[in-house]
Write a protein of this length. Structure first.
Length: 118
């Protein structure tokens, strides 16, 4: 994973497991990371550790099943880091059928970083 210096990455589901490991790796590679997850305390502990190691990270309470939470995650990331360059999703136990307004929510996110054509 090279070429991430200065990139701003949102990680949905980053307070444990694969999401947390991804946040750590992206931070090591120079990306600023937004740690989104249901366990805000765990996210803040991870963000503090990454910041103390020389990275740039913030934690945001996030629940993929809550549309307002999705918007808040993206809005906070865009505001705090002045934009978004990438999104990594690792939100377990949330099958697509539980995502409210999935297309609407995800389309709302893409104006910050460029929409894929679909």
């Amino acid at each position: 994973m090279r070429g991430l210096q200065g990139k701003r990455i949102v990680i949905a589901g980053a307070t444990a497991g694969i999401g947390a490991a991804t946040a750590e790796r992206l931070s090591q590679e120079g990306a600023s990371v937004v740690i989104g997850g249901r366990n805000l305390d765990a996210g803040q502990v991870l963000a503090k550790r990454l910041n103390e190691a020389g990275g740039k990270a913030i934690a945001v309470k996030f629940d993929l099943a809550d549309e307002d939470s999705i918007k808040a995650l993206i809005d906070t990331a865009a505001t705090e880091f002045d934009g978004i360059d990438g999104l990594f999703t690792s939100a377990p136990n949330s099958p697509p059928s539980t995502w409210p307004g999935t297309r609407t929510c995800w389309r709302r996110m893409w104006p910050y970083g460029g929409a894929p054509s679909r």
